[in-house]
Write a protein of this length. Structure first.
Length: 366
């Protein structure tokens, strides 16, 4: 009896109760714990996925409106080799040339066709925006609606003439009885517009043969004797016309800036030749501002602002990167960057031109 009572008591003892409760916990509590851990793990994965950089594993395209080997192409390929390091996620950057209509085909494409997903960057002649203000047909974009990343350089507009013409100074050019044949890419390009401004303001005799795909093609035409000169940027002359400038087969005779350039101080600027005040105003808009806006890197309208900010910063950081700077020096690329914010201001000034000035420019550049 005592043994039975002892057994009953043991059955009701706290230790046995605890064992049964622990057993219940094994059956009911542990599955709940697993569920909780699963939810926490999934939540952590979701957060990690949300924090993963957008550009990781992506490919970003540069759409260049100029032909391979030209200044626009050379700058862009140098930038493309380095900019990926400065973008969170380290995407791949590739360069595509979309030539035609003085880079207008590429500009229209970036504005109207390219997806505003942050994976396309356009690089075309910035002078097309002035041409839109002047009513050039075929332009299918609104300049201020682009997202501006910035520019690697501000152009020093320069007129170069083949030495075979016997003309080596602007005074000789002005006195020439025969117009020189200058190559042009199309309206909106310095090759065409700045040349027309020179002709209208200082009376140099020149015939513009337009329609070339880029300054690389013009260089070949000058070397073959098909053309006698070109208005280009001094920066492009140095980097892509190196042999011609070094050998003296092409001579720079005039600069489209307010003062002389320290690297070619023997070459006069148009600012010291033009005396008429109205002509000076036209030059400021069509030549000086053109130089600032010549090489824009842009993204399609409505590209997400965070992606614009990311690539805007990446471009600025690339242009200060020691490895890029060494690369640019080898390619003889001048750097005088313009930020995206500064570029927006120049664009706003261009689109805010007064009507009388617009009409005068139309007449000059038609």
């Amino acid at each position: 009896m005592a043994g039975i009572l002892s057994a009953n008591n043991r059955a009701k003892s706290p230790g046995h109760v605890k064992k049964r409760e622990i057993g219940k916990m094994k059956l009911h509590t542990i599955p709940g714990t697993l569920l909780t851990l699963t939810l926490l793990l999934n939540s952590g994965l979701d957060r990690a996925s949300a924090q993963e950089p957008f550009y990781k594993g992506k490919t970003v395209r540069f759409i260049v409106g100029g032909s391979a080997g030209g200044g626009y192409d050379t700058y862009t390929r140098a930038i493309a080799r380095h900019i990926g390091r400065h973008v969170p996620g380290n995407p791949t950057f590739v360069v595509e040339n979309m030539t035609g209509a003085g880079t207008l085909i590429s500009a229209n494409y970036v504005y109207n066709v390219a997806k505003p997903d942050g994976l396309t960057i356009g690089h075309f002649i910035g002078g097309l925006m002035l041409q839109q203000v002047l009513g050039k047909p075929g332009i299918q974009f609104e300049g201020p609606k682009f997202e501006f990343l910035g520019a690697p350089a501000q152009d020093t507009i320069a007129a170069g003439i083949a030495n075979s013409t016997g003309i080596t100074t602007v005074e000789q050019w002005q006195a020439s009885k025969t117009p020189l044949k200058f190559g042009g890419v199309g309206p909106g390009a310095a090759t065409d517009d700045a040349t027309k401004v020179f002709r209208a303001t200082i009376g140099v005799p020149v015939q513009i043969i337009s329609g070339y795909k880029g300054t690389a093609d013009i260089r070949l035409a000058v070397n073959s004797g098909e053309l006698q000169g070109v208005t280009n940027s001094w920066e492009s002359f140095k980097s892509t016309w190196t042999q011609e400038i070094k050998s003296g087969s092409v001579v720079v005779v005039l600069l489209g800036i307010a003062q002389r350039h320290p690297e070619i101080s023997n070459v006069p600027s148009i600012g010291e030749i033009v005396k008429n005040e109205d002509a000076r105003k036209l030059i400021e808009v069509a030549v000086y501002d053109y130089g600032a806006l010549a090489r824009p890197y842009v993204m399609p309208p409505k590209t997400p602002k965070d992606r614009v900010r990311s690539l805007r910063k990446a471009l600025a950081d690339t242009l200060k990167d020691p490895e890029f700077l060494a690369d640019a020096q080898k390619a003889r690329l001048d750097l005088n960057p313009l930020s995206g914010e500064e570029m927006e201001k120049v664009v706003a000034r261009t689109y805010g031109l007064e009507k009388p000035l617009v009409e005068k420019l139309k007449e000059m550049l038609k």
